[in-house]
Design a protein around this ligand. Structure first.
Ligand code: ATP
Ligand code: MG
Length: 393
């Protein structure tokens, strides 16, 4: 009995490789996911076929990473990434190998992979598992293939991947693997910020976001923290927040505990997209300073900054222990009260028809909005005209 489902197009690509004399394997994450009973996100294949041969075997293929032996093969409705069996040369920068060499055998290829659960291969229903990946899957353990310290010294990103996989599957890090991360964490400083940001986002936005604190305790935030970990943990899990609020929540917590100077300084260091960075920094700063306490103050805030910023600040405030903010926002949303100039019962066009011009119109609308925020029942054309001392239209 096969507990997994492999799409027909993947089987077809493997069959074509086999016909040309190359035993073809499913490898890496997709094998792990099949054994976990999860649908793989993408399909990775490996064989000894050289990249050029794969390109010539499959008319719909493209050289996506020729230098590393990777060719994307399209077939029917799907695609797979084929990587020629390879071994990696020396690593001099803790980021990538100085060179790679193609090899003939599967086991050498599996040995270069990061964790035992990612270092299995599957061919014709038979699993190749030279490093005990199945056992670790069963025990829920993240363990490096080979000596942990050497593997993290080769590629420091693997330390972040360890926590990302732990969070994704609810696994633990094997003791020696985690101890090695504590020792090797300073090498994370050699990585590009964008890659670190992507990995940490994967942790924060995944199903086990509190692994972010484990990664921080291990030292992976390095010089970004003003004091040495371990960190005090927040009273609530990051999982209680929508995914898009988790970065600013982490930043706000670190700032509240005095580990970073401000949420903005911390977040900027990762170079997230500018729009997000501004939204996150402002919302976290407001949550730390104290969000509005009255509905009128909230309405003014929403009016100026928009709903997105208001919800984010309210969620962060709740995360930091200031109750009540979310309930106030829900009441305001249910009320349907006017919050923005476009919702006023009187438009700029109406005011122009009454003889007002340019800046006068804007000033009048601002005045009206300010009034209506406090007195929503006055959002009526005639009342608003009267407020401005204008004739009925
Ligand atoms: P995901 O479901 O997130 O895609 P994945 O395990 O497929 O998880 P990928 O980044 O797609 O991860 O990589 C595919 C495979 O390549 C991994 O399973 C692993 O065997 C290998 N791999 C990827 N990155 C590294 C790395 N930094 N060091 C060693 N092996 C790696
Ligand atoms: Mg993958």
């Amino acid at each position: 009995m096969e507990p997994w489902h492999i799409p027909a197009y993947i089987a077809a690509i493997c069959a074509r490789l086999e016909q040309s004399g190359h035993p073809a394997y499913l490898v890496g994450g997709c094998v792990r996911d099949l054994f976990l009973g999860r649908r793989p996100r993408d399909w990775d294949l490996a064989s000894a076929a050289a990249p050029e041969e794969v390109l010539s075997l499959f008319p719909r293929s493209e050289a996506t990473g020729l230098h590393h032996g990777t060719v994307t093969v399209h077939w029917g409705p799907g695609k797979a990434e084929h990587t020629t069996f390879r071994r990696e040369g020396a690593y001099s920068d803790h980021r990538r190998p100085d060179q790679v060499a193609f090899v003939e055998d599967l086991e050498t290829d599996l040995a270069r992979r990061d964790f035992t659960i990612n270092a299995m291969a599957l061919r014709a229903g038979v699993v190749a598992d030279p490093f005990g990946g199945l056992r670790d899957l069963e025990c829920g353990l993240i363990r490096t293939v080979g000596e942990a310290e050497r593997r993290f010294s080769e590629d420091a990103l693997r330390m972040f991947r360890a926590y990302r996989f732990a969070g994704r599957f609810g696994f633990s890090l094997q003791m020696e693997t985690e101890a090695a991360i504590y020792r090797c964490a300073p090498w994370a400083g050699a990585l590009a910020q964008e890659r670190v940001y992507a990995e940490l986002s994967g942790i924060l936005e995944g199903p086990g976001p509190d692994c972010f604190w484990d990664a921080a305790d291990a030292g992976l935030l390095g010089a970004r923290l003003q004091a040495a970990p371990p960190l005090p943990r927040p009273g609530r899990s990051l999982r209680s927040l929508p995914r898009r609020c988790r970065w600013p929540a982490a930043a706000a917590w670190l700032a509240r505990q005095g580990y970073v100077q401000s949420p903005e300084a911390f977040l900027r260091g990762f170079r997230p997209p500018e729009r997000l960075c501004r939204l996150w920094s402002e919302s976290a700063a407001l949550a730390l300073a104290g969000v509005p306490e009255t509905e009128l103050e909230w309405k003014r805030h929403i009016s100026q900054k928009g709903w997105d910023a208001a919800w984010t600040s309210a969620r962060l405030a709740a995360f930091l222990g200031q109750a009540g903010a979310l309930a106030a926002l829900r009441r305001i949303r249910r009320s349907g009260d006017c919050l923005f100039p476009r919702e006023l019962a009187l438009s700029g066009g109406d005011l122009a028809a009454c003889g007002l011009q340019g800046a006068e119109i804007r000033t009048a609308l601002d005045r009206l909005l300010d009034h209506v925020l406090a007195c929503p029942e006055d959002n009526d054309r005639n009342v608003l005209l009267a407020l401005l001392g204008l004739e009925k239209l």
